[in-house]
Design a protein around this ligand. Structure first.
Ligand SMILES: [Zn+2]
Length: 330
């Protein structure tokens, strides 16, 4: 019991004639605070000292927080006046209030966001960041309906860095991280969707996750037979390694959580961009992603669709903290 260890630490400190509470250690700082003002916490006083010491117990330790503006952030510590969190741009920040999150089985990552990182741009004016977010929000709703907890790395049109997104999934102990994208530039014509799923070269779980999601997404999108699809010759579930032999995309290379990056189709193909702008597409895509994620979590489905060998490609660096414009958190 963490509260008990905290209390012991405080009593030891007091017995040693020290009035300061020992500082927390490790990446998951202790949640004990003094003179708590948060009405959601309960307090108790020790009776063994002349000067009362107040400890605070919380229902476990929040791993993340949905801030008053609806922004999900990783919680580094519960502090006297709120929470020490990592901002979407990766900066340590204090937030006074919010809805604590104690864990999530699935983290969904709508790629891109904000004015400087729109992703691919459809000729119909649809920016990839918006298509990614619509599909992610709808996928989250479907998973939650099925009792599978979800946290999003982005909930609106704002910037967040790749390390921050990857860290959020690891930090909440997610079983699955799925990054959602729509691709460019346009490859050659194809009779079926050119869905590509990038998986972690070091993870058998990620490989299976990719294969299971791929089956569901390609089967679902293939229903849109009127669309003039495009596909790369090696479309499928693949690794993409840089010239050093490491996974080239940060959303794949960084997380310890089994992760895949799904390129649903080609935003740069006008026919596909038209489809991606429809409500029907969002519903079909979200259902397929939710079905695939649920199947991965609840069955031993092996998946399929891998293409070997993978690509060799060195991706351009993503948004950094320096180039990232912070969104108001509260
Ligand atoms: Zn993208």
């Amino acid at each position: 019991m963490r509260w008990f260890r905290n209390l012991t630490a405080i009593l030891v400190a007091l017995a040693a004639g020290c009035t300061a509470i020992p500082p927390p250690s490790g990446p998951q700082p202790e949640t004990t605070v003094t003179a708590a003002t948060d009405p959601t916490t309960s307090t108790s006083s020790t009776s063994t000292t002349a000067a009362p010491v107040t400890t605070t117990t919380l229902p476990g330790e929040p791993k993340a927080l949905i801030t008053p503006k609806g922004i999900p952030v990783a919680v580094r510590a519960v502090i006297e006046n709120g929470y020490l969190v990592t901002s979407p741009c990766g900066v340590p920040t204090i937030v006074r209030d919010g809805e604590p999150v104690y864990g999530a089985r699935v983290v969904l990552d709508p790629g891109h966001g904000g004015s400087r990182d729109v992703g691919a741009q459809g000729r119909n004016g649809l920016p990839e960041k918006q298509a990614n977010l619509r599909v992610a929000l709808e996928t989250a709703a479907r998973l939650e309906e099925r009792g599978i907890s979800v946290l999003l790395t982005r909930t609106g049109d704002y910037a967040t860095t790749i390390p921050t997104r990857a860290d959020l999934a690891d930090h909440v102990g997610a079983e699955v991280l799925v990054s959602i994208h729509h691709n460019a530039p346009t490859p050659g014509p194809s009779t079926r969707p050119g869905t590509e799923i990038f998986y972690q070269s070091f993870s058998a779980e990620s490989r299976r996750l990719g294969g299971v999601i791929y089956e569901h997404v390609v089967a679902a999108l293939s229903r849109f037979t009127e669309v003039a699809w495009t596909a790369a010759p090696d479309a499928g579930v693949i690794t993409v390694l840089n010239r050093n032999g490491r996974d080239t995309y940060g959303m794949i290379r960084r997380p310890r959580t089994p992760s895949v990056l799904v390129e649903m189709g080609y935003m740069s193909n006008p026919a596909e961009a038209e489809l991606f702008a429809t409500e029907e597409y969002v519903e079909v895509a979200a259902t397929a992603l939710a079905d695939g994620i649920e199947a991965y979590l609840t069955t031993d489905a092996p998946g399929s669709g891998w293409y070997e060998p993978g690509r060799i490609f060195t991706a351009a660096p993503g948004l950094t903290t320096q180039g990232c414009e912070e969104v108001p958190l509260e």
